[in-house]
Design a protein around this ligand. Structure first.
Ligand code: NI
Length: 166
């Protein structure tokens, strides 16, 4: 397993605009595997390449508990958004913090896979939220930039009104 170091807030890498991934080579495949291993070890549901210090448009998402739903998103782009959802969100680069963030309820995302083949995915709910969060990272945006409010320590551990809408 190639566990990479996750950079945390304060590191300028998180604020950079990532470049398109142009080569679909072994190096990309290793990056994707390492990013998935790193995400699973940290018990996250998504990880973007800048979070491991790589300024390329690459992200992994897996919202399942049994790691059966991995998405590898290379050069992803949201092409349609519909509805809205308001709920809690955290980030592996901001450990111990959470905020309430409003995101589209449904998204359509175009992306390439590890071989450069093009796909389109329509998804909703928590997976749509995770994709929006990871794609923001590729443009140097963190959830704290777009959140409605930050949660207190008690709210992170407990129930908040926004949970009922999920
Ligand atoms: Ni994040």
């Amino acid at each position: 397993m190639g566990i990479r170091k996750i950079v945390e807030i304060g590191d300028e890498t998180l604020r950079k605009h990532c470049k398109p991934q142009e080569k679909f080579d072994r190096r990309l495949h290793i990056l994707l595997k390492d990013m998935a291993d790193t995400m699973y070890k940290a018990e996250g549901v998504g990880l973007a390449a800048p979070q491991v210090g790589i300024l390329r448009r690459v992200a992994v998402v897996d919202i399942t508990e049994d790691h059966s739903g991995r998405l590898e998103l290379v050069n992803p782009e949201i092409v349609e958004r519909d509805g809205s959802q308001t709920g809690r969100e955290g980030c592996l680069s901001l450990p111990g913090r959470q905020g309430v963030v409003t995101r589209p309820m449904k998204v359509k995302v175009k992306y390439q896979d590890r071989n450069g083949d093009a796909y389109e995915l329509e998804t909703e709910g928590f997976e749509a939220r995770a994709i929006c969060h990871e794609l923001d990272h590729l443009d140097g945006t963190l959830y704290i930039d777009v959140m409605d409010r930050e949660l207190s320590e008690e709210e992170i551990k407990g129930h908040i009104p926004e949970d009922d809408a999920q």
